[in-house]
Every structure is written in C-alpha cells, then in structure tokens.
Design a protein around this ligand. Structure first.
Ligand code: NZQ
Ligand code: ZN
Length: 390
C-alpha cells in the first residue's frame, strides 16, 4: 500500500532545444542583482555562457560572477560564495552547470545570511532554515544530466579536511524556482561524465525500486524509466549528438530524482552513502563511485529481496523466466546490470577510482548506514562490499 505523503515541487521547467530563450522571462521578478555561478569554464568554451549573459543583459540585470565550482563542491568554496553573495547583497543566484554547481548554489542560498558555521548546521546537524530566515532564491540552467538537482532540494557538500561528503535535502523553499533544460547543451559533456550521469540516473531510479514488496505504481514507473535510460544510453554512446537520446536522458534524470517516484514507499540509499564516502576519500566522480560498488552490493543483499531482483531481471532486462528459479533469475538480472556497466564504460571497480586497500576502514567509517533497503548493512559488511569491489 502506498504510504501517505505531501508532494510539493515549485520548480518551473523550461525544456527543449531552444529552452534558453525563456531565461529572460524566467528571471523577471527576482530582483536586479544576480550572482552567476558556474564551474571550471566549460560554459565559456561551448557558448552557454554567451546565451546566459545575453539573457541577463536583455533583462537588465546587474551580474556578479562566481566561477570555479569544482565537481564535489567543498566547504571552503561554499564559504567563499557566502562572502561574495553577502558582500554584494545579491537578490538571486543563477547556477549554470551540472549537479555540483546547482547543489552549490542552494548551499550558498541558505548559508549566505547565516552567521554561524553553515557546514555544521545544515550538513552535520541536518537543520533546516527557519521561517523568516533569509534565503536567496536560486534558478538553474542545466548543462549536464544526472543528479536531478535542477528539480530537487538536494545539496551535497564535501569537507576535505574531514574526508566527509554529506547530502542535505532542503525543502521546497530552497529548490530552484525554475530550471532551463536544453538537451543540446549536453552534447559537449565529456563521454566519461555523460556515462557517470547516466549511471547516476539509473541509481536514483533503483534506490526506490529495490525497496518494499507492495504493489506500487512507483515501481512500474521506475521500470519504464530504467528501460528508457538503458535504450537511450546505447543510442547516446553511438552518437552523442542524438537529440532524441539526449533529451530522453535529460528528462529521465529529472524524473529520477524530483522525488516523485520515491513518494509513498521506502527507499534504499545505501549505495549512495558508500559512494559519497568513496568520493570524500578520492574525489572520484559521483556516478562512477556508484557503478563501482553496485554489483557487489546487490550480490550481497540479493537473497533478502529475491522477488524484486527476479522482477528486475524479467521486466527491465527482459530475461526469459521459463524453467528458472527466482534465485537464478535474480542473479541473471545482476549479471545484466554488470554487463551494461561495462558496455557503457562506467566504472566496474573502485581501484580504478583511486581506492586502495588501506582506505577501506576509513571509507567504512565515513559511510552512513541507512534503513529502507532489503538488508541494513553493518560496518563489516560495508568493508566486505568494498573489498569485493576493488
Ligand atoms: O566545471 P565545468 O567546466 O562546467 O565542467 C563540468 C565538470 O567538470 C563538466 N560539464 C558539465 N556540463 C558540461 C560539462 N562539460 C562540457 N559541456 C557541458 N555541457 O562535467 C563535469 C562534472 O560536472 P558536475 O556538475 O560535477 O557533475 P554532476 O552533474 O554529476 O554533479 C555531481 C555532484 O552532484 C551531487 C554529487 O554528489 C556531486 O557532488 N549529487 C547531487 C544530488 C542532488 N542534488 O540531489 C544527488 C546526486 O545523487 C548527487 O549526490
Ligand atoms: Zn546520485
């Protein structure tokens, strides 16, 4: 049975191959001074910066630039952004980039006018902004598909000094007010990042799917999304400029984590927790940390959720079921997942991401243990899964 929930998502989306033409309109009513934040410069090379600046100019905005948001954005970078946002008293933050830049914009948004230690408050203690506290509204121009940050409240920040990476899911007041999604903007994403984004999307669908055993509409939606992601991944790898494939990937990524398919059912975010701990130690690309441990994790928990794993094999991978036990089918489904990871070129292990045996204890210590999956892990099981993933 579906549980009770409130779904509240205020993000307005503009989708399509000329979606950026709506940007000037979208910016109306958000004040004059805009903090434009972006990553390491890809937007200057592929022309997205020019499109955005033209829209900002057309709407008469005063622009303060905050470049250099790194993948896996850090507390130090957050503190720099807070200072700049506050010193300039900006009215709005426009994030142009992938999940890192959009997550970062949300982090600056809630932290700029808070005087204390924002990392400690929002990420360690998982506090929420209080009613009446000043939050700077955020908008997004998405340049890479994967995280779903464009339509959710997630903001993942890394503390390099402490080797911890923590995600905070803020409420609707922090979600982007709007997001511009032009699939054509993703054509220039490097192959490895495209693949990481595709696997991240797949995982965001699998987290709610591999949980619970009720008949839930969410699981049917998840199956459709997974089938589309697999088909589109193959087309996009063959031709990165296949608009149909890139648009399907972009839209699936948004759906995968605008939290809709997870509503009313338990979810299993353990792979994400292990992945965050790996990134905290190695700065590895998010999606690759997930593909690196997924197969070992699923082999480990398969027997606790055998029916769902068998259904995954049958429906998502179309593996014939005649004459097979659920155990055989379930195992073949995980084999198919492992083969797809190889086929698209996502990481099949974590050694290739820089993880060494001496890091395993520390990574296990940095891993949060989640309920919601078919088996709640303990520390020794995390170490076992990490060792099998090396
Ligand atoms: O920095 P630039 O120069 O822009 O280059 C970026 C970056 O190097 C590049 N890129 C992005 N769009 C491009 C492009 N290069 C060429 N052309 C384009 N159009 O791609 C690289 C990766 O970008 P990044 O934003 O780091 O990738 P992603 O979107 O995967 O974001 C990863 C971050 O999001 C967090 C992750 O933990 C990680 O910190 N997540 C956020 C979530 C959320 N908000 O709900 C959930 C996710 O599970 C995830 O944890
Ligand atoms: Zn993710």
């Amino acid at each position: 049975m579906l549980g009770n929930f409130k779904y509240d998502n205020p993000t307005k989306l503009y989708f399509g191959d000329e979606a950026q033409k709506n940007l000037a309109d979208a910016l109306k009513g958000f004040g004059n001074k805009v903090l434009l934040t972006y990553g390491g410069g890809s937007i200057k090379r592929n022309g997205i910066y020019d499109d955005v600046m033209a829209a900002l100019k057309a709407s008469g905005k005063e622009v303060v630039e905050l470049p250099g948001v790194m993948p896996n954005p850090t507390v130090d970078k957050l503190n720099e952004g807070r200072r700049i946002a506050r010193d300039n008293n900006v009215d709005f933050i426009l994030a142009v980039g992938g999940g890192s830049t959009i997550d970062y914009a949300k982090a600056v948004s809630v932290s700029a006018w808070y005087d204390g230690d924002a990392w400690e408050r929002f990420w360690v203690r998982q506090d929420d902004p209080k009613a009446g506290e000043r939050i700077i509204p955020v908008g997004a121009v998405l340049t890479m598909a994967g995280t779903g940050s464009e339509m959710n409240g997630g903001s993942v920040i890394t503390n390099r000094g402490k080797d911890i990476k923590i995600g905070k899911v803020f409420g609707s007041e922090v979600m982007p007010k709007f997001a511009v999604l032009n699939p054509r903007y993703t054509f220039t994403v490097p192959h490895r990042q495209m693949v990481a984004g595709i696997f991240d999307t797949m995982r965001h669908i699998m987290e709610p799917y591999f949980s619970g055993d009720d008949d839930s509409v969410s699981d049917y939606l998840a199956e459709g999304l997974m089938r589309s992601v697999i088909a589109s991944s193959r087309a996009a790898i063959k031709n990165p400029e296949d608009y149909e494939a890139r648009s399907n990937i972009m839209w699936s990524a948004t759906w995968a984590l605008n939290t809709l398919i997870g509503e009313g059912k338990p979810q299993d975010w353990e792979v994400h927790m292990i992945g965050h701990a790996i990134s905290a130690y190695t700065d590895a690309t998010h999606g690759m940390t997930l593909s690196g441990v997924s197969v070992a994790y699923y082999r480990h928990i398969m027997k606790y959720g055998i029916d769902r794993f068998a259904r995954f094999a049958r429906v998502v991978w179309e593996i014939p079921s005649e004459g097979k036990t659920n155990e055989q089918l379930a195992s073949e489904g995980i084999d198919a997942l492992a083969a797809w990871i190889k086929e698209i070129g996502a990481a099949s292990d974590i050694a290739s991401l820089g993880v060494t045996p001496s890091m395993l204890e520390g990574i296990a210590d940095a891993t949060l243990f989640m309920t919601g999956g078919y088996k709640m892990l303990d520390r020794s099981e995390v170490i076992e899964i990490l060792r099998e993933s090396l």
